[in-house]
Write a protein that binds this ligand. Structure first.
Ligand code: ZN
Length: 162
């Protein structure tokens, strides 16, 4: 298979705009094109699937439904935690993003939904859960990954070595 189209195992550079409910939430206009290693769950599945086969210079509008994006909003993905579970000097506020680890040591992102006298209610939904994602994407480059990038399953750049 020739390597001049978007396919698994290649690093894709793309310009993009993400619009939700008519509001631009994210765009490459400021930070420059986003690079991702295709085929390694680095972008939402619905977008990755629609970008397969695109050539450099090609652009596309892609609507991604929640099931192929950040998931449906889950009414059960909330948890009440005692305030005493948090460090005494920690400033708790609504909307604060937390990295929570469970008993198996798995890390999960959560947001503080509300704070009561005794408890803090955490929301484990992704902020864009339930959202229809309207992407405009343009492929601006394709390259082979380095062996290390392929091994890690993601792109490395000057600011990002791990
Ligand atoms: Zn890495």
């Amino acid at each position: 298979m020739s390597k001049d189209t978007v396919q698994d195992g290649l690093v894709v550079s793309m310009e993009y705009t993400l619009t939700v409910d008519g509001e631009v939430l994210d765009s490459s206009k400021d930070a420059g094109p986003l690079q991702f290693l295709a085929g390694y769950d680095n972008i939402v599945p619905g977008l990755e699937r629609e970008m397969a086969g695109m050539k450099v210079g090609e652009s596309k509008d892609v609507l991604v439904l929640p099931v192929d994006g950040y998931g449906e909003f889950d009414e059960d993905a909330f948890m009440e935690v005692s305030r005493s579970e948090f460090p005494a000097d920690m400033e708790l506020e609504e909307g604060l993003e937390l990295n929570v680890s469970d008993e198996e040591g798995q890390h999960q992102l959560a947001f503080i939904e509300s704070i009561n006298d005794e408890t803090v209610r955490l929301d484990f939904n992704h902020p864009l859960a339930g959202a229809e994602l309207q992407f405009n994407v343009k492929v601006v480059g394709l390259r082979e990954p380095t062996a290390e990038e392929l091994d890690h399953g993601h792109v490395h750049d000057e600011d990002h070595h791990h």
